[in-house]
Design a protein around this ligand. Structure first.
Ligand SMILES: Nc1ncnc2c1ncn2[C@@H]1O[C@H](COP(=O)(O)OP(=O)(O)OP(=O)(O)O)[C@@H](O)[C@H]1O
Ligand SMILES: [Mg+2]
Length: 259
């Protein structure tokens, strides 16, 4: 196998996904490459296909056409044990972690489950790994016994990030990771994600409809419209000189003082 550093970490070629026969739904002709250590933002209005794209990359669903390569392997139709073995290397953080957590599992169990499922460490190491990971996301071990509902939105998202980084992934898909958070907490979480990337060279596929956040976070961006890529390029260039109507619509939605 090739060393991953010069070839893309992830590559989507001509990917299409249909939901029923409604022509505006799903995805069409999606081509994306993501390099190691890079952040690519996926912007686009509601219903443009961003979460569908995230679910395809995570192989929570299969494409109808095209191929998905991750770390030099074709995962388009991968299943069973082969896909499970790949799982630790790509993780996802959702907009609403409450929906992604078992409400009855405390933080300890939320974080131990992936270690156990992927056989990532021996049981005697769990305590140390959990303490280190919680500290890394700015939480102490006193949170281990808390249930998701007993955490603030920002703390919950920190736990979601802790869970995502436990298995040392090369790719994290972030689907609107800060849009449910208070503006002051937003910056803290984004800074945490930037620090983690500087340390580990993890790549981010960063979904957001908020261009102020995209500008601060991603050097390259894609704008989706009705399941297609309407525009792509370096974030600064796309925002300074938008070519697609879909991009202009997003720009117009940002308060002028912010952008
Ligand atoms: N499982 C599904 N079955 C049928 N249609 C679906 C399914 N998932 C998504 N869709 C449709 O595909 C389109 C894209 O949905 P998607 O969730 O990807 O949008 P989005 O860009 O993430 O929107 P938002 O910004 O609101 O989260 C929508 O029209 C949606 O109704
Ligand atoms: Mg979505």
């Amino acid at each position: 196998m090739m060393d991953g550093s010069s070839s893309p970490l992830m590559e989507l070629r001509n990917v299409a996904k249909r939901f029923g026969d409604r022509s505006h739904d799903g995805l069409k002709n999606i081509n994306i490459s993501l390099m190691h250590g890079e952040t690519l933002a996926i912007a686009g209005s509601s219903g443009s296909g961003k979460t569908t794209l995230a679910r395809l990359v995570m192989r929570l669903t299969r494409p109808d056409e095209g191929s998905i390569h991750l770390l030099g392997q074709d995962i388009t139709h991968m299943g069973g044990g082969a896909l499970r073995r790949m799982r630790p290397r790509f993780q996802m953080v959702f907009q609403d972690p409450l929906a992604a957590f078992n409400p009855r599992a405390n933080v300890k169990r939320i974080l131990e489950d992936p270690l156990r499922i992927h056989g990532f460490a021996s049981k005697s190491e769990y305590g140390d790994i959990l303490a280190q990971t919680l500290e890394r996301v700015g939480l102490g071990t006193q949170y281990l016994q808390r249930l998701p509902l007993e955490l603030s939105g920002g703390q919950r998202q920190r736990v979601a990030i802790a869970r995502a980084i436990l298995t040392k992934p090369q790719l994290i898909v972030l689907d609107e990771p800060v849009s449910a958070l208070d503006v002051s907490v937003r910056a803290q979480i984004l800074n945490l994600l930037l620090d983690l990337q500087a340390e580990t060279r993890v790549s981010y596929l960063f979904i957001s409809h908020d261009l102020a956040v995209v500008r601060a976070f991603a050097n390259r961006m894609i704008v989706m419209e009705e399941g297609r890529i309407a525009e792509e390029g370096y974030t600064e260039e796309v925002l300074a000189n938008p070519q697609a109507n879909a991009t202009q619509v997003l720009i117009d939605a940002v308060p002028r003082l912010v952008i």
